[in-house]
Write a protein that binds this ligand. Sequence first.
Ligand SMILES: Nc1ncnc2c1ncn2[C@@H]1O[C@H](COP(=O)(O)OP(=O)(O)O)[C@@H](O)[C@H]1O
Ligand SMILES: [Mg+2]
Length: 375
Amino acid sequence: MRIADALSIVAVATACAVLAGLVGLTVARLVRRRSIRWQLAVVAVVPVAGAYLGATAVARLMFISAHDLLVMSVVSSVAALGAVGIALVVAAAIARWSDALRAQLRTFDATSSESAGGTPGTAELRSLADELDRTRERLREAQDRERRLEEARRELVSWVSHDLRTPLAGIRVMTEALEDDMTTDPARYHRQIRAEVDRMSGMVDDLFELARIQAGALVIAPEPVLLSDLVSEALAAITPIAEANGIRVEGAVDEGVEVSADPAGIARVLDNLLVNAVRHTRPGRSVEVRGSLVAGRVEIAVSDGCGGLPTEDLARVFDVAWQGTPSRTPEGTARGGGLGLAIVKGIVEAHDGHVVVENRPRETGCRFLVVLPGQ
Ligand SMILES: Nc1ncnc2c1ncn2[C@@H]1O[C@H](COP(=O)(O)OP(=O)(O)O)[C@@H](O)[C@H]1O
Ligand SMILES: [Mg+2]
């Protein structure tokens, strides 16, 4: 074959392939919103049509016999039919797989346990199914969180109505008795009213603090403070109450440990932890505070002698308004409203730290560990 002939064959074949391709693309664009069957049929037909067009044009150019042209047309048509058949089979499978995925999506919610991961199909469809599983997992976590928050809100409302209304009713009865001169010991009533009012204002303070924490409005002003100063101040406040109840309080802080923190916030954290520790420690046992620097982070551990908490309670102590079973309330440590540890957690987390609780060995008690970033 002469080079000129070969070149003209390539040129004609290319022109025909481009023409078939352009028509194919136009059709594919027109049917883009229809089933994938149409797209695949176009993909199957275009190369065969291009080849047929090219061959016919070249045949006319080269004066190939009518017989040869007929043979070629038959061969191309059969090839085109075969290609379209295969395309339709593949398209049917893809349509089936996507139907299965759609069925999964239709019943999609966080509660369905059925995993979409096993869906058959192409890599793309399977990765879509995996993504569906991950989304379901995220949805489930979000719903759990939402449910816990809702529960906490409900508990808080019932707490406010119960824990604040009961003392108010008591105060009302006492003031009425005082008003009517019905009491032989007015001084005792005054003292009691005063104690109730103090306790209630403590609760209202807690409620405000918690509202600020939950609204993300807790502003901390960190400054370098000596951990030993914070601990000794907290110990000084709690020791008389503990001793009056037969509980020893011990503190040990590594020398020179500094923490960058809001002193009032951390004082409140220590206070809440110590009041709890003393309240739940049995007489004769002790409460220990340990402050140390571990791997560049400041750790404050408050251990008590409460006898250990049930595992399911360990996960709940930081929940708002959760109080577990009523415990004895020693002199000087009025029972709060289940907000103390939620506040502790909020303040510690606002400092980019975290707080955990664990049981000490041999059911002696539990240990609250506050970890704060070091200086
Ligand atoms: N040191 C502790 N030892 C044992 N149980 C504790 C301790 N601290 C807290 N708890 C449990 O966690 C609950 C929640 O504590 P908190 O948020 O401080 O609320 P409150 O002290 O007002 O009850 C307590 O009611 C108690 O059941
Ligand atoms: Mg408390």
